[in-house]
Design a protein around this ligand. Structure first.
Ligand code: OGA
Ligand code: MN
Length: 218
C-alpha cells in the first residue's frame, strides 16, 4: 500500500530536459533515441507491473486494424497487452505520455490528441519484420514511442530495433532498460531482429483526428 501511494504521488521521474530533447530531435531528424530516459525506480515499477500480468492476458499481436486485423506469424511473433490505465503503473505511463504529447504539440504543432499503448513480450526467437506503423497520408498513427524494460541486455541477446532513416542509413538499437525511442510513424521503416532472451517493451502511438493540421517546428 505504501509503495503504491508513492507510485501514484511521484509519477515517472525523468530529467527536466527530456521532452525538449525529444522535440528537438524529432524536429531536426524525425526520430529520437534517449538512453536512461527514466530513473531506476520508475523503470522498476513499470517492469514489475509488466511481469505481474498473467501470461494468459497477453494476446498474439496482429497486423492491420479492425476488420483487417490479422495474426500472421511470419511477420510478427510478439504477444501484447493493451494498457488501459486501471493500474497505478499504467496510469503513471499514460500521465507521462500526456505530458510528452503537450510538449510535442507546443513545439511541433502535430495536433496529437489520442494515445494508444501496449506492452509487448518477445519470447525466444520472436521478431517483427520490416514495417511502418502508419501508411503515408492515412493520418492515423503520427508519433511512435517505445520504452525498453530489459536489464542486463547482452549483445548476444539480439532483439535489436533496426530503424532505416533512409535507404543507406541503418540504426541498430539494443532494447536496454531505460532506452526511449520516438519517431514519426509514417516516415521510418523498422524491424525487430530475432530475440534470444525474453524482451519486454512498452509501445505507444499518438494519433490525431484533424487531418488538416500542417505540422511545423518552432
Ligand atoms: C511495433 C514495433 C518495436 C519494438 O510494435 O510496431 O515496431 O522494438 N515495436 O518493440
Ligand atoms: Mn512498429
Amino acid at each position: 500500500m505504501t509503495l503504491q501511494l508513492q507510485v501514484s504521488e511521484m509519477g515517472i521521474c525523468y530529467p527536466p530536459s527530456l521532452f525538449s530533447q525529444i522535440a528537438g530531435d524529432i524536429c531536426s531528424k524525425g526520430y529520437s533515441v534517449v538512453e536512461n530516459a527514466f530513473d531506476q525506480f520508475s523503470l522498476q515499477q513499470l517492469k514489475s507491473f509488466v511481469l505481474e500480468q498473467e501470461a494468459d492476458k497477453f494476446r498474439e499481436a496482429g497486423i492491420g486494424r479492425n476488420e483487417q486485423h490479422l495474426v500472421n506469424q511470419s511477420i510478427r511473433r510478439d504477444k501484447i497487452l493493451w494498457i488501459e490505465g486501471n493500474s497505478l503503473q499504467g496510469k503513471m505511463w499514460l500521465d507521462w505520455a500526456d505530458q510528452l504529447k503537450s510538449q510535442i504539440n507546443q513545439n511541433l504543432f502535430l495536433g496529437l490528441n489520442y494515445f494508444e499503448t501496449h506492452v509487448a513480450h518477445y519470447a525466444l526467437n520472436d521478431f517483427y519484420r520490416l514495417h511502418t506503423d502508419s501508411f503515408r497520408g492515412a493520418n492515423n498513427r503520427i508519433l511512435t514511442v517505445i520504452l525498453y524494460l530489459n536489464e542486463n541486455w547482452k549483445s548476444e541477446d539480439g532483439g535489436e530495433l533496426v530503424i532505416y532513416p533512409s535507404k543507406h542509413e541503418k540504426l541498430k538499437i539494443a532494447p536496454r532498460s531505460g532506452t526511449l525511442v520516438t519517431f514519426l510513424s509514417e516516415d521510418f521503416p523498422h524491424e525487430v531482429l530475432p530475440s534470444k532472451a525474453d524482451r519486454y517493451s512498452i509501445t505507444g502511438w499518438f494519433r490525431r483526428s484533424n487531418p488538416q493540421i500542417q505540422p511545423h517546428c518552432v
